[in-house]
Design a protein. Structure first.
Length: 94
């Protein structure tokens, strides 16, 4: 495989919002990163990288994470959209 293209600022922001959404739902179900990793069949380091927005998880990994947390995949994207709109509205007030 070739060298991966660097993320654009919009793509990086998307990954950060995704990470926050996963962090939010992980905390909501009271899982540690280790517990979520075990339930999803991934490494603790992977959970940390995803939550920080440093890794782009595959669709399969996203599915495993949401299943482990007992939520539907679309909830992550709904949370991300709400957060994006909130951030946008707060920056427009400044």
């Amino acid at each position: 495989m070739g060298k991966e293209k660097q993320l654009t600022p919009d793509e990086q922001q998307f990954m950060e919002h995704l990470g926050v959404a996963i962090f939010y739902y992980r905390k909501k179900v009271r899982y540690t990163q280790k517990q979520l990793a075990e339930q999803a069949g991934i490494t603790v380091a992977s959970v940390g990288r995803i939550e920080r927005g440093d890794a782009a998880p595959s669709v399969v990994v996203l599915y495993r994470l949401t299943k482990a947390m007992g939520i539907e995949l679309q909830k992550l994207f709904i949370f991300m959209e709400m957060r994006w709109n909130w951030l946008k509205s707060t920056s427009e007030r400044e």
